[in-house]
Write a protein that binds this ligand. Structure first.
Ligand code: TXE
Length: 480
């Protein structure tokens, strides 16, 4: 059986304890690899390697640093098919999705920040004949990157690439539920000639390896994406040590469909924003509010689309819905379906676990599920489910839609469907969301600031924001 290894000091290493954890393929429910169950001793080794690599890495010209990152991007593109297969096997997502979203985006992350490294300059200003002020942005040093299981390589590289571009050395931990592509990335980094210790990848659990990263005194910053509860715990641990924190947490995103929208487009995109990656994307729009005059029409067309979403083996070309990531997560989502019934919802589609034949007989499949008739402030409409479950609710006024849209503790992303330009701007401005899409969804430009308001997180990733996060400004004043 495949045994993944840690990537520390440029080498692939077994965990010091010799302990491994089973890694399950969600589509089959079977163990397909073993991953290092690393602990604080492995993390300490990784930090030591990163500290040793830091003096040379931070002084390497940005052009050379950038070239190495672009080389990694090219190797990801070369191995796209192999990485897509690995991502699908490890996560349960349709391989077709990994091929067009996850892996190309991982390559873009390295290419984007590899080139950005050369364009990141700091400010200077002349103080009216008395002084010259300039700002130096020092790399923070050794930083920690911790990522989740839903978009494994995509989100892992979204943190690592800017940290490296900024001149930091990294100790990173992928989710223990989906570690495979992070391991394949370590092989590509060796092939690309990334200097030893610049990037270290330590596999293991949150309480084991993750906790050791957030507690380590030499790690100056933590960039984390994951659950809101874990984010709270990380903030409580790291803030008293004055570590810089970037936290990308949960969402309960509203999708506002106004009567004047392009209905066909709104329905088609809402199917994606509801069910892509089995609804396991923090940006998915799980609360769909539809203006009453088109409510029935939207519902009919939406349900017709849901009926076309074939739940199948993620390796099959026609699979539109793969497996959920784990049995535990499937049970969590099923508990919300039970709650939706208790809270008085009417089931319009799905609601049941799917048992497939053959190799997927033990897989974690669920029908795409739609409810209506739930109060906007009920638990199902306030708490993050993170699965293929959405609610439909009619609204009568813009004000009502906005009140409901903003009525959760989260504030990550929102979508507006309308042809009225004034309304689009007005509503976007009133939404308590870090990201607003008008007549589109998951339209990403890596230069834009990415992140949430309220309990959806702290800080922004993307573009120059990420490079600023991984650097510390120093102001120098020269008297004339
Ligand atoms: O995430 P965790 P889980 C949401 C979603 C999901 C819920 C829980 O609602 O149902 O979170 O998912 C590491 N110190 N999202 O439990 O635990 C962990 O090992 C340091 C939304 O799987 O937050 C993994 O690498 N690290 C989300 C990472 O944190 C710790 C994506 C995320 O895992 C740690 C995923 C600790 N003490 C889930 N404990 C999004 N915003 O996209 C855990 N980890």
């Amino acid at each position: 059986m495949l045994h993944l290894q840690n990537y520390i000091g440029g080498a692939l290493l077994a965990p010091l304890s010799g302990r491994y954890l089973p890694n399950i393929e969600p589509a089959t429910g079977q163990v397909f690899s073993q991953i290092p169950d690393s602990d604080a001793t492995d993390v300490a080794r990784a930090v030591q390697a990163a500290e040793a690599a830091l003096p040379a890495w931070r002084l390497l010209p940005a052009e050379d640093r950038g070239r190495l990152l672009v080389r990694i991007s090219e190797l990801i593109e070369r191995d796209l098919e192999r990485l897509a297969q690995a991502e699908s096997q490890d996560n349960g997502k349709p391989v077709g999705l990994a091929r067009v979203v996850d892996i190309p985006r991982a390559a873009s992350n390295f290419a984007f920040f590899g080139t950005a490294a050369q364009h990141f300059a700091s400010e200077t200003h002349f103080q009216e004949g008395v002084a010259l002020n300039y700002t130096v942005r020092h790399p923070l040093g050794v930083v920690g990157c911790i990522s989740p299981w839903n978009l494994p390589l995509y989100l892992f590289t979204w943190k690592i690439a800017p940290a490296l571009a900024a001149g930091c050395c990294v100790v990173a931990k992928p989710s223990e539920i989906t570690p495979y592509t992070a391991f394949l990335l370590s092989e590509l980094c060796i092939e690309a000639g990334l200097p030893a210790g610049v990037l270290n990848i330590v596999h293991g659990t949150g309480p084991g390896a993750g906790q050791a990263i957030i507690e380590h005194p030499a790690i100056k910053a933590i960039s984390f994406t994951g659950g809101t509860k874990t984010g709270e715990h990380i903030a409580r641990t790291a803030a008293p040590m004055f570590k810089k924190l970037s936290l990308e947490l949960g969402g309960k995103n509203p999708n506002l469909v106004f009567a004047d929208c392009d209905l066909r487009e709104a329905v088609q995109t809402s199917l994606r924003s509801s069910f892509a990656n089995q609804g396991q994307i923090c940006l998915c729009g799980s609360r769909i509010f539809v203006e009453r005059p088109i409510y029935e029409q939207f519902k009919e067309q939406f349900l017709a689309g849901v009926a076309q979403l074939t739940v199948a083996d993620p390796q099959e070309a026609g699979s539109r819905q793969g497996a959920l990531v784990s049995e535990a997560h499937l049970q969590k989502v099923l508990s919300y379906i039970a709650l939706a019934h208790e809270e008085g919802g009417t089931l319009l589609a799905g609601g049941q676990r799917v048992r497939l034949d053959g190799r997927c007989a033990e897989g974690y499949f669920l029908q795409p599920t739609v409810f209506e008739g739930l109060a906007p402030d009920c638990r199902v409409n306030r708490e993050e489910i993170f699965g293929p479950v959405v609610t439909l609710t009619p609204f009568d006024t813009e004000k009502e839609a906005l009140t409901w849209a903003n009525g959760t503790e989260y504030g990550l992303a929102a979508t507006i469907w309308t042809r009225d330009l004034n309304r689009a701007h007005r509503v976007a401005h009133e939404l308590q969301s870090g990201i607003v899409w008008v007549n589109t969804w998951l339209h990403r430009d890596l230069r834009t600031p990415f992140g949430g308001m309220k309990s959806s997180g702290v800080g922004r990733e993307g573009g120059l924001e990420a490079l600023r996060f991984f650097t510390e400004p120093q102001s120098i004043t020269v008297k004339l």
